[in-house]
Design a protein around this ligand. Structure first.
Ligand code: DWN
Ligand code: SAH
Ligand code: ZN
Length: 416
């Protein structure tokens, strides 16, 4: 039964199936998460309404409003995937595994959608395997080419996929990490995969997992670039409507919890038992129900209140508080919670393209991470919480000198 409250919820059209998406969380007016500004750019800053909903038909969780792709992915896109040693190892291992299981034929061909600086494809290249990366963001694509990789500077979609099929022949593997969830035009992507993939090929993609986001209340995984929050059930439905089948799911610890989905042509491979097992787990936890998502939204509100209260108290006590990791995710947290330079004086980050600029929306100055040990604060808010082990290991001196980390996943707490 639809309650009066449900009837009042804003609605949108599902980008996966055309059904009705019902809103469950509004994170307010938000900037482009990866647009780090210079002072004169502030007056022209772009904002959009960041709200998220559930499709009543296919259960796909998605944004209510789409940001045009060229505003996000362009010449100066500042995220370089190789900036984390843990992620470098993750993708080297991923490439080796794909080559071992899927590239056994005479002249295998591996395509990556969103290859960024080549963090995954470099291992494919080193193995002497034919490859092509699609990467529309200019400077990161250039970084991949500098590693000797073959990169096409276009968005992957049906038309560009057809061109590659005509020039290079069928792909054995089409891989994507943290990219398919960025793409509202999934119909074009799946038709492109259909055109390019060989008859026994696989489409493998890994993205933040809705189950983990709910379990950890990691609402910062919701931002302009993350249009979809996938679950096994919603991906299974998506695959089926384009002639594919979800044949495997693999839970990954990276980026706070992801799932690697393997799609094959319908009937080509027998689905692994863990597909049905994960869907059963999702059903038992109510992952795709408005009741569970409303509960998540309430927890998000509590995190905002707790985080603001803590930062305001520390400011009142005269403590020096900084942040660590100018992540795209942190745009959501900072803007939703109203965290500006009054509460967090600066953000440290290793990315040269972000340094010397201001964070989106809240305009906190970004400083080089090398400066962090030379000017230790009392508290550091860990915006890159998904890289906690890597960062805390290299910044051990901070805690030894009496500093403490502030974390907000899965709830607000201090680690000293
Ligand atoms: O999905 C996406 C993921 C893969 O990357 C993209 N939409 C955008 C981006 O999201 P993010 O910025 O939230 O990702 P990360 O990997 O959490 O960003 C880490 C940030 O922290 C980078 O700016 C680099 C920085 N960093 C650092 O300063 N010291 C990272 C590490 C590991 C460090 O030791
Ligand atoms: N695979 C990398 C990069 C993730 S960031 C990693 O896991 O770290 C997402 C990347 O997808 C960006 O580099 C962006 O430019 C790219 N991208 C966005 N839309 C795309 C599309 N339609 N085709 C190919 N790449 C795309
Ligand atoms: Zn749908």
């Amino acid at each position: 039964m639809i309650s009066p409250a449900d009837r009042a919820r804003p609605r949108a059209t599902c980008r996966a199936c055309g059904g009705t998406v019902v809103q469950f969380l509004d994170l307010g007016r938000q900037p482009l998460s990866d647009r780090f500004l210079t002072e004169p750019e502030i007056p022209q800053e772009y904002f959009f309404q960041l709200a998220v909903g559930l499709c009543e038909t296919c259960t796909m969780v998605q944004l209510m409003q789409e940001v045009p792709r060229e505003r996000m992915f362009h010449e100066d896109y500042p995220y370089y995937s190789s900036g984390s040693a843990v992620m470098q190892k993750h993708f080297a291992d991923t490439a080796r595994q794909l080559l071992e299981t899927e590239a056994g034929g005479p002249d295998p061909f591996v395509v990556e959608i969103g290859c960024n600086d080549g963090v995954m494809l470099r291992t494919v290249h080193e193995a002497g395997v034919r490859h092509l990366g699609f990467e529309p963001s200019g400077k990161v694509a250039e970084a991949a080419r500098a590693k000797g990789l073959r990169v096409r500077g276009d968005f992957f979609e049906e038309s560009t996929a057809r061109e590659v099929r005509a020039s290079d022949g069928p792909a054995d593997v089409i891989f994507a990490a943290n990219t398919i969830c960025h793409i509202p035009y999934l119909d074009s992507i799946l038709r492109g995969v259909d055109a390019l993939l060989g008859p026994d090929g696989v489409f493998v993609f890994e993205d933040p997992y809705l189950g983990d986001i709910l379990a950890k209340t990691s609402f910062d995984q919701i931002y302009d670039e993350h249009f979809f929050l996938f679950s096994a059930r919603s991906v299974q439905a998506l695959a089926a409507s384009f002639g594919f089948e979800l044949v495997d799911v693999d839970r990954l610890a990276v980026h706070g919890g992801e799932v690697r989905y393997t799609l094959a042509r319908a009937g080509a491979r027998r689905p692994a038992g863990r597909v049905a097992a994960l869907i059963a787990e999702e059903d038992a936890g109510g992952v795709a129900t408005l009741a569970r998502l409303d509960q998540f939204a309430a927890q998000v509100g509590r995190i905002r209140d707790d985080l603001r209260a803590l930062l305001e108290r520390l400011a009142a006590e005269g403590k020096r508080v900084v942040a660590y990791g100018a992540t795209a995710k942190s745009a959501t947290v900072a803007n939703f919670c109203g965290i500006g330079p009054d509460l967090v004086s600066r953000v440290y980050d290793t990315t040269p393209a972000k340094q010397g600029r201001l964070t989106p929306g809240t305009h906190i100055p970004v400083h080089a991470a090398d400066e962090f040990p030379t000017d230790p604060p009392d508290y550091a808010l860990l915006f890159a919480w998904n890289h906690a082990d890597e960062i805390m290991a290299k910044e051990q001196a901070f805690r030894q000198a009496g500093g403490a980390w502030i974390l907000y996943v899965p709830h607000v707490h201090v680690r000293d």
